[in-house]
Ligand binder design. Structure first.
Ligand SMILES: NC(=O)c1ccc[n+]([C@@H]2O[C@H](COP(=O)([O-])OP(=O)(O)OC[C@H]3O[C@@H](n4cnc5c(N)ncnc54)[C@H](O)[C@@H]3O)[C@@H](O)[C@H]2O)c1
Length: 263
């Protein structure tokens, strides 16, 4: 008979597992790294800047999370391959991959710059596709398989105005996640997505003018932003070998009710 702490550890615990969190130096990635790390996983913080990665690792230390870091640019295949190599050096396997890198830009439709469109897609969708390819190849060699969490957005469900490339790329994230999920469902590899609502962070703060904030608050039944820590429960569920064992291809909206509301 397990006591409640043992029961929860058995269901959600991640001791002995390695989680690579791409975008781990960012706001949402940082919270997810802290959550998975406190559940017992070794975290590889993977992001563009060495300084930002180091800062995240220092923050994780204060939570007693085991972590290391690797600099990566997911728009370059060889950089993703190096990240995999460095991650495998830790225990010889990667159990979990979190794709939390993302960029955004706001324009009216006629002002959308095709080069900017390509840049956003290169990170938000193509980069994600390539990290999945590179890490799944390695997970297939691991007897226990692996689990991937891709970060979408409420834009995956409906297009928010003035973020054309971002919204289209995030719609692609859910579709891509479902498609990879079905291909590997019998191979012990699960692929799911979390679609966050509004969590003010570096990549979207400049887009939040007074009019937009008003729309967001009116469209969010809970009438508030999310805090990054509010993503952790869904991430633990989807990534955990035990709690999430029958979940693949799911898109879990953590959005204060935004996508259920048509006011
Ligand atoms: N904050 C929100 O309200 C919100 C809502 C929905 C979805 N999201 C998504 O959540 C994810 C994290 O966003 P955030 O709000 O924490 O933003 P953030 O800017 O704090 O974090 C994004 C991270 O991605 C990294 N990154 C960017 N390009 C990269 C590249 N080429 N290679 C590797 N890393 C790269 C950045 O350096 C940064 O650390 C993004 O995919 C974003 O689209 C955020």
């Amino acid at each position: 008979m397990l006591n409640s702490a043992e029961y929860l550890k058995n269901l959600f615990g991640m001791e002995g597992e390695v989680a690579v969190v791409i975008g781990g130096a960012g706001e949402l990635g940082g919270a997810l790294a802290a959550g998975l790390g406190q559940a017992g996983a070794h975290i590889v913080v993977a992001d563009m800047s060495e300084e930002a990665c180091k800062t995240r690792v220092e923050k994780l230390k204060t939570l007693h999370v085991n972590s290391s870091y690797a600099v990566v640019n997911i728009t370059q295949r060889n950089s993703i391959q190096n990240l995999l190599k460095e991650s495998l050096n830790i225990t010889g396997k990667v159990d979990m991959l979190v794709n939390c890198a993302g960029i955004n830009a706001g324009n009216s439709f006629l002002e959308v710059d095709p080069n900017q469109w390509d840049k956003i897609f290169a990170v938000n969708l193509k980069g994600m596709m390539e990290t999945c390819q590179v890490f799944i190849e390695s997970m297939l060699a691991n007897n226990e398989g692996g689990s991937i969490l891709n970060i979408g957005s409420v834009n995956s469900d409906r297009p928010l105005s003035h973020v054309f490339a971002y919204a289209a790329s995030k719609a692609g994230v859910v579709n891509l996640t479902q498609n990879i999920a079905q291909e590997f469902a019998t191979k012990k590899i699960r692929v799911n997505s979390i679609c966050p609502g509004f969590f003010p962070a570096e990549q979207n703060r400049q887009l939040l003018n007074a009019e937009r904030i008003d729309h967001i608050m009116r469209g969010t039944p809970m009438r508030r932003y999310g805090t990054p820590e509010e993503l952790i429960g869904a991430a633990l569920l989807l990534l955990s070998k035990k709690a999430g064992s029958y979940m693949t291809g799911a898109a879990v909206y953590v959005d204060g009710g935004f996508t259920c509301s048509w006011f």
